[in-house]
Design a protein around this ligand. Structure first.
Ligand code: S3P
Length: 178
């Protein structure tokens, strides 16, 4: 797989810090930050919860693929060579097609966090449909069991975020990955 993009793509479980790290990294590097969840909500003029409830998860996953394809074709235009920091939804790498597109977009970085960290960060969350109803820890564990290998396989680098300050995670990416 040839990488034909220069973007920085952050993947990882919900609550791993993709959006916070991505924003800070982009600010530091003076790059534009985009978040696939935000792009989808803006375009659909509604929330992810509402998209899942009214159209179902597969429809949302199609929207994720469409956003990635758009980012890829935008990067190929000669007038649009801007480098981006892109945070993607936690479930986006599950589709093989999305993994191929991400690898083409640029350097994929996996932000890792332990279950305990994720439980602490995600407890009380109401914006993530995959975590609603039922025991949070069990939901995280079962989704993580299905996804961990996918995150590992897709990423060119992994960063552990447990117990680290945001600024240290960002520095680690800048010093060790980019
Ligand atoms: C999802 C993660 C969410 C969002 C949607 C589904 C998932 O993104 O795309 O709620 O399946 O893991 P974050 O990882 O940014 O929370």
């Amino acid at each position: 797989m040839t990488q034909n993009g220069n973007h920085i793509i952050l993947i990882g479980f919900m609550g791993a810090g993709k959006t916070s790290v991505g924003r800070r990294l982009a600010r530091d590097l003076r790059l534009r930050f985009v978040d696939t969840d935000c792009l989808i909500e803006e375009r659909q003029q509604t929330t992810i919860n509402e998209i899942f409830a009214s159209r179902g998860e597969e429809y949302f996953r199609d929207l994720e693929t469409a956003v990635l394809e758009e980012l890829l074709s935008a990067g190929k235009r000669p007038d649009a060579q801007e480098r981006l920091v892109i945070a993607v939804g936690g479930g986006l790498p599950v589709r093989p097609q999305n993994r191929e597109i991400m690898k083409k977009l640029g350097t994929v970085i996996y932000l890792r966090a332990r279950t305990d960290t994720l439980v602490a960060r995600l407890s009380g969350d109401t914006a993530r449909p995959k975590l609603q109803g039922g025991a949070l820890r069990e939901k995280i564990e079962s989704l993580m069991a299905a996804r961990a290998a996918i995150y590992e396989e897709t990423a060119a680098a992994e960063i552990h975020t447990d117990g680290k300050k945001l600024s240290d995670v960002v520095k680690e990416i800048e010093n060790n990955v980019l």
